[in-house]
Ligand binder design. Structure first.
Ligand SMILES: [Zn+2]
Length: 345
């Protein structure tokens, strides 16, 4: 199995090719951060704070919605939003059924410490079980069960923002997680593949719930540069900002950890995949399936982006991406969503 010598993408990754030094085309085509910044993102906090001012004057209970997973990236983002930008958030945590209790405690502790409103959305477990079953059993290798789930949680956020009339969402995704958002072609392709996968199961009810949820996407505008914040607010739309786009965002995990520990006694998950991150148990099973069927997880994608940006070493990424599940865990998770672990090979 050939793996890129610079990032961690293997030869099974769609569209990959390698040069004679064993470097993949994605690394070779990588657009540096400097170029992104030149395209017009805010580069200092004070200017961004000023641009966000107008969201305070909407005479609404909340200035913005902040999804909070309980991991480092989202916790750090919330601290910044409240203490540095002085915005009043509605904080939203999505519990899809396999949430790590440590993550939920982090969420509760931080919201208490910052004195902000927190809404925990407990997802319909029957629906989520079915979602994990369908996408784990599927032979459609481009779509990870984690991707299907992640979209549902993301759409919960948009639905809430819409319900409360909040025109702004700022999310503490890591740089790699959000890469998909900017790749419209790929996400359309994957949406089509998800729909086909669901149609093949013949489950009409699931299909309808799934596609209905997707309608909310029409309302979203993904932040593409400072003009999006400088133009007047479009109250029909919801502006979505992945916080990592700003230069002052901290991506050094050890530094984030230090800040979050100091601020509200943030605790790491006891076991997680990839190591040192995430807040969800089901990732173990989804990643097991993805590694068996295609030799990479969506974290390989995410970490490759972070490596290219020079914010993680390849050795560290490879170490974090080794899958060593605790004994019995995969079997238990498979049972909970009614799949045969043998089918995931
Ligand atoms: Zn590469």
């Amino acid at each position: 199995m050939q793996v890129c010598k610079k990032c961690v993408l293997p030869e099974t990754y769609p569209g990959i090719s390698f040069d004679e030094d064993g470097i993949c085309n994605f690394c070779l085509e990588f657009v540096s951060r400097e170029k992104e910044e030149a395209e017009g993102h805010f580069t200092d906090e004070t200017a961004l704070k000023k641009a966000l001012e107008k969201y305070k004057n909407l005479k609404r209970k909340y200035d913005l919605l902040v999804p909070l997973s309980g991991g480092l990236d989202s916790c750090f983002t919330l601290v910044k939003i409240v203490e540095r930008f002085e915005l009043k958030p509605m904080v939203f945590h999505s519990d899809h059924g396999w949430d790590d209790p440590t993550a939920t405690r982090n969420v509760e502790k931080l919201c208490k410490e910052l004195d902000v409103d927190l809404l925990i959305w407990k997802n319909d477990l029957k629906f989520m079980r079915k979602l994990f079953k369908i996408f784990n059993e599927s032979d459609e290798i481009d779509v990870s069960p984690c991707y299907a789930c992640g979209n549902m949680l993301y759409l919960n956020g948009l639905e809430l923002a819409d319900h409360f009339g909040i025109p702004l969402v700022i999310n503490g995704y890591s740089k790699g997680q959000a890469a998909m958002m900017f790749d419209k072609e790929k996400s359309q392709d994957w949406y089509g593949k998800m729909i086909n996968t669901i149609l093949e199961t013949g489950d009409r009810e699931f299909f309808e719930t799934f596609t209905k949820k997707w309608e909310m996407l029409k309302k979203q505008v993904i932040y593409s540069g400072r003009a999006d914040l400088e133009n007047p607010i479009d109250s029909e739309k919801i502006l979505f900002i992945p916080f990592f786009v700003f230069k002052f965002y901290q991506t050094d995990k050890e530094e984030l950890k230090r800040i979050c520990r100091e601020r509200f006694d943030w605790q790491p998950m006891k076991v997680s995949y990839p190591a040192r991150t995430t807040n969800c148990e089901m990732i173990w099973l989804n990643s097991y399936r993805d590694l068996n069927k295609r030799n990479y997880t969506h974290y390989h994608d995410e970490y490759s982006t972070i490596i290219r940006a020079g914010e993680m070493t390849r050795d560290q990424a490879l170490k974090d991406l080794e899958l060593n599940p605790p004994p019995g865990l995969l079997e238990r998770l498979a049972k909970e969503i009614d799949v045969d672990p043998e089918d995931l090979k």
